[in-house]
Design a protein around this ligand. Structure first.
Ligand code: SIN
Ligand code: MN
Length: 209
């Protein structure tokens, strides 16, 4: 396996998945979305997010007016479907960890969707990395440091690219500024899917007392 490129502590494997692996993942994700449909999340401040979202795994990441947290069930009431084995294989191969992730967050970016700069910090143990897999249209990914005001650097993430946020980059600020809509032919209607795999262990819910 090719060694990753290191950028500001992020480890980056451009083109890690070939077109056939991307298509396999896409059909696995169609099954995930059939069981746990994409929905439009709302921030705790009440603002609708432009991405649509669902999860696979023991836990799914949720945001609504009650806060950011992990939940065992989709907002419509059903448990999240299992993480597809092909996705788990990528996690184990690139992280080298025996421990499986608890959550595969699925973000769908349609035309004009973006994601503001944020940290992934709702998990209980930051010694585990977050692994990101991109499918479909190219997206401008902004990477900063652990402080909101650290300088940033941007990278166009393409279909099949994989990125690891671990070690010094685990709590780095990051976000998606914009999409090159219809730059990829993977999704017939255009758009982008990003998967982030997370170990949630030890997280406490803002709802627990
Ligand atoms: C995220 O930070 O949750 C998504 C990042 C991406 O879409 O590449
Ligand atoms: Mn994130």
């Amino acid at each position: 396996m090719a060694a990753p490129i290191e950028i500001r502590g992020f480890q980056y494997w451009p083109g890690h998945l070939d077109v056939s692996a991307q298509s396999t993942l896409l059909s696995d994700l169609r099954a995930v979305v059939a069981a746990a449909p994409l929905y439009s999340p709302v921030t705790p401040g009440g603002r609708p997010m432009s991405v649509r979202m669902t999860s696979a795994g023991r836990l799914g990441w949720i945001t609504d007016q009650r806060g950011y947290r992990y939940e065992t069930h989709h907002p419509a009431g059903q448990p999240w479907p299992p993480i597809p084995p092909a996705v788990l294989d990528i996690w184990h191969a690139l992280t080298g960890l025996a421990r499986a992730p608890d959550c595969c967050l699925v973000n769908f970016y349609g035309e004009g969707a973006k994601m503001g700069l944020h940290q992934d910090r709702d998990e209980g143990d930051f010694s585990f990395p977050v692994l990101s897999i991109s499918l479909g249209d190219e997206a401008l990914f902004r990477m900063g440091g652990p402080n909101r005001t650290d300088p940033t650097e941007s990278l166009w993430l393409k279909s099949g690219d994989v990125l690891l946020m671990g070690g010094p980059a685990r709590l780095a600020w990051h976000g998606i500024d914009r999409l090159r809509f219809r730059s990829s032919r993977l999704l017939p209607g255009g758009g982008r899917i990003n998967l982030t795999l997370r170990v949630v262990e030890g997280a406490t819910s803002p709802l627990s007392s």
